[in-house]
Design a protein around this ligand. Structure first.
Ligand code: ANZ
Ligand code: ZN
Length: 857
């Protein structure tokens, strides 16, 4: 063994070895429980920095640890290669997206290997390959058959100067990022997945996800946004139309002082026409339509509206109330119209004040008098119904049901459940995606591409910056096709699918990544799925994680899988900051893994990044910290070297050092010295701590510090050997300590662990060894048995951990029940503590023993 630790050499050696032996290759087997660990697969951006790497290192430690603790581990990865990020990067780098992607994949794979990530590369997947995306097209056809895919008009961002659709990411403060022209909304026919059909199940099953962060569950609940309410019918005075309003507050019906239509509501234009206000209203509508939904619904947003010169009839009291149109009502939610109750809704109140509309209090809180004239904030709480006819005096919660019953009986309303969740628009007017497999025929309409003609290949010669049409429409060879039904000339759909489609099922593909007949095979899926632990950024809390859950449920209903939730346990890791900003290329504060690996080695980089803090928290990079991690590994190296190569003390056998290869059998029988006993205790305590830290909390940082402490403890014992030859039991204890240390180090710093494992005379990777287990009896602190006397007479015995402080023992003795009985009511004169054996309590009160000296033996 070399006296000096040179990471690069050994890291390359072991990486080669792992690959040759295929030790990370997963196979279905029944002799062990399976463990499917997955980190969110990356999109091939070209370079990974240490901020990204944290995620993959966290996962790698866990996957390696699970393998060493007896699980059959699946730890795969692949490339989220299709979609806008890759297309934009390719354009920026003036490369063909395919070429660009494959180049990035090669580079990033190198980076993962360089850091020793234990991926099973035999299962690598890449979404931009037809063998993968043909299944996205196949699912589309299945969804279409079942009514889960449909086409509808939806707005896109349109740049009039580029004559092309811009993604949200390409619109900066309302301007096209390429030419800085203001972007407008344009209605296009697009494809949707009907995720709303699953809203209830997606919501309900959140309750079964007990190993998901509460924060993510809450975000999904809010995103789905279930509301129970009533759809109330308001006839338009003097016309045949009826305006339906969805409300969650039927109890406030008598407080409705006006109605508001969304600008896009069909009646807005119709009523404006009758009022002779077309021009004014038209202008108002186009102004609102260009505002984004987010801007329109923000609490602080400026409210803007227009009176439509018409009235509606309140079905509860036949009152006629004015009809307005305003920007803060959205066409996409509820019915696109609301009854406005300014006294009890903040936005309605602001609007009412702005346009001098009446305010009527109908809910009166207990012990407080609301006045419509002075009200500054809508009162949204519960209270007694007032100004509400036959409902007066009802408590608002009861009133909701009573008004709903009344409306349903009168045929003027119906109870309804609304969701915030919208259907998922999968169409992108972009090149780099899977073509949506439908054909438009003038005679037959929308014709699905027959299954046996999949995949619809993405053509390679396409004008990425085509004007007026989506890029694929610029390629006539792609676009023009014979109708599969009537053979007449027809056109292919030129839109492609968005990025989130591919990532909605990739975790299933890893079970049988090379299947050509099916997207995934039932047997392997039954064996591996669901994913046992899924790790990724909190930014995926809603869209990706909701879409993946939706696909899984839809697949369940298609009979493709027999479970409904894909990810049993979810972990969201924090981000790395440097110089106060999130580590990112655009901020210029990235640290590259190459830099770290060249200087300190991958293992030091791994240990350091884990040491930065609990993985769920954001944390600050430290340039000095990495040196600390490197020093630690050097210490472990040096220690192993000292133990195995110190020829001077060959007395105990082994390969010329203190290291005893057969320690396991021998230590059980050995008479242990105090030093050996103490070291063993430290070893078993460390094993316990490391295991619990990893399993219960994924707190790798505290696990690493426990390993550092253990290293110090072993070093103290070994240093003493330099002056005095070790007692046999001490050498055995050192052997145990060193073996345990190196095996425990293996998930964190796998290369050095393997090298040192080899230096201890073993063959193969430490990864293939069982992770050390602790014995509770050996980990337990030694106990002191303390005799408690009262006035010299034995009254009780206490068991306390060895080393307990004098004050603690004293208090424990005074509070022991048997002791209390004898001191009750008497003043305590003195308490004498003689550690580790005895406490004598001397009481006053003239008993004969008072003041007696304790008998110490
Ligand atoms: C009358 C009312 C009185 C309301 C009151 C609230 C308080 P959630 O809980 O999010 O479902 N609303 C309905 N459709 C809307 C739309 N298209 N655009 C903007 N706002 C809309 O909210 C339901 C409430 O949001 C509904 O109940 C309605 O206002 C408003 F004291 O109706 B409410
Ligand atoms: Zn046809």
């Amino acid at each position: 063994m070399q006296p000096r630790y040179s990471p690069r050499e050994i890291e390359l050696k072991w990486q080669r070895m792992w690959a040759e032996e295929g030790i990370f290759r997963a196979e279905e087997r029944t002799d062990k429980p399976k463990y499917y660990y997955l980190d969110m697969y990356p999109y091939p951006s070209g370079e990974l920095h240490m901020g990204h790497m944290r995620n993959y290192i966290i996962g790698d430690v866990l996957a390696r640890y699970k393998n060493m603790t007896g699980f059959n581990v699946l730890h795969p990865t692949g490339w989220d290669a299709l979609g806008l990020p890759s297309e934009l990067a390719a354009i920026k780098n003036k490369m063909d997206p395919q070429e660009w992607t494959l180049k990035c994949v090669g580079r990033m794979k190198e980076q993962f290997n360089q850091l020793g990530i234990s991926y099973d590369w035999s299962r690598e997947i890449n979404t931009c390959l037809p063998e993968y995306y043909r299944w996205d097209q196949w699912f589309f056809l299945k969804f279409l058959e079942r009514g889960l895919a449909y086409r509808a008009l939806a707005p896109v961002n349109w740049c009039p100067s580029c004559e092309t659709v811009r993604a949200n990411e390409q619109v900066i403060q309302g301007l096209c990022e390429r030419c800085e022209t203001p972007v407008v909304k344009k209605q296009l026919e697009q494809w949707f997945y009907r995720i709303t059909a699953y809203a209830d199940r997606l919501l309900r099953d959140l309750d079964t996800l007990t190993e998901w962060p509460e924060r993510v569950l809450t975000m999904q609940r809010n995103w789905i946004g279930r509301s129970e309410g009533v759809r109330i019918r308001f006839p338009v005075a003097g016309r045949s139309e009826v305006i339906e309003c969805f409300t969650t507050r039927a109890d406030t019906l008598f407080g409705a002082t006006f109605l508001v239509l969304a600008p896009e509501h069909p009646l807005t234009v119709a009523l404006a026409a009758e009022a002779g206000k077309e021009a004014e209203v038209g202008e108002f509508i186009s102004r609102c339509v260009s505002q984004s939904e987010i801007v329109r619904t923000e609490a602080e947003a400026k409210k803007e509206g227009i009176f439509l010169n018409a009235y509606a009839v309140n079905p509860a009291n036949d009152e006629c109330i004015p009809i307005w149109s305003a920007n803060y009502v959205l066409m996409e939610y509820g019915s696109g119209a609301i009854m406005a109750v300014p006294a009890h809704d903040q936005r309605d109140l602001e609007f009412a004040r702005q346009y001098a509309l009446p305010v009527r209090v109908v809910i009166q809180p207990d012990g407080e008098e609301l006045s419509p004239e002075t009200l500054l904030e809508g009162y949204v709480g519960e209270g007694n119904m007032v100004n509400s006819g036959q409902f007066n005096g009802l408590w608002s919660e009861k009133g909701k049901a009573a008004v709903a019953d009344f409306l349903e009986r009168a045929g003027a309303g119906k109870r309804e459940v609304q969701y915030r969740l919208r259907d998922w628009c999968i169409s992108r007017q972009k090149y780099w995606g899977a073509p949506i497999p439908v054909i438009y025929c003038d005679r037959c309409g929308i014709v699905p591409v027959p299954e046996n003609e999949l995949p619809v290949l993405l053509p390679s010669s396409v004008d990425l910056t085509s004007k007026g049409v989506p890029p694929l429409a610029s390629n006539p060879d792609f676009l023009n096709v014979a109708c599969p039904r009537c053979q007449a000339p027809a056109r292919r759909e030129a839109d492609t699918m968005g990025t989130f489609v591919y990532s909605s099922w990739y975790f299933l593909r890893f079970a049988s990544p090379h299947s050509t007949e099916v997207p995934f095979e039932a047997g392997p899926v039954r064996y591996w799925l669901p994913v046992d632990k899924y790790v990724g950024g909190i930014e995926h809390a809603v869209m990706h994680l909701l879409y993946a859950r939706f696909f899984t449920k839809a697949f369940h209903d298609l009979g493709l899988v027999d479970f409904e939730e894909p990810f049993r346990s979810l972990f969201t890791q924090g981000m790395i900051y440097r110089h106060g900003a999130k580590m990112s290329k655009s901020k210029g504060n990235v640290v590259s893994p190459d830099e770290i690996c060249d200087k300190f080695g991958a293992d030091a980089g791994r240990v350091f990044i884990l040491f930065l803090g609990p993985p769920e928290q954001d944390t600050e990079w430290s340039d000095q910290g990495i040196e600390g991690a490197f020093r630690f590994l050097n210490r472990v190296w040096r220690l192993t070297y000292d133990v195995t190569n110190s020829g001077a003390h060959a007395a105990t056998g082994g390969n010329g050092g203190y290291y005893v290869p057969t320690w396991k059998e021998r230590i059980a029988q050995a008479e242990l010295s105090a030093t050996a006993k103490e070291l063993r205790r430290k070893v078993h305590q460390t094993i316990r701590k490391v295991r619990i830290d990893i399993e219960e909390r994924m707190h790798f940082n505290t696990a690493v510090s426990a390993l550092m402490e253990l290293t110090n403890s072993v070093a103290v014992v070994v240093d003493a050997f330099k002056t005095e030859p070790p007692a046999p039991s001490d050498a055995l204890a050192v052997s145990e300590a060193l073996h345990s240390l190196i095996l425990m180090l293996s998930p964190f710093a796998p290369h050095i662990a393997d090298e040192l494992w080899e230096s201890l005379g073993h063959e193969g990777s430490a990864y293939l060894q069982p992770f050390p287990a602790w014995e509770e009896a050996l980990a337990a602190e030694e106990a002191w048995t303390i005799v408690v006397q009262v006035n010299g007479k034995l009254r009780d015995r206490l068991e306390v951990p060895a080393g307990t402080a004098e004050e603690v023992v004293r208090e424990a003795a005074l509070h022991a029940p048997k002791v209390k009985r004898h001191v009750e009511g008497k003043p305590i004169r003195q308490v004498i503590v003689v550690l580790p054996r005895l406490v004598n309590i001397v009481t006053g009160g003239g008993t004969p023993e008072s003041g007696a000296r304790p008998q110490t033996k």
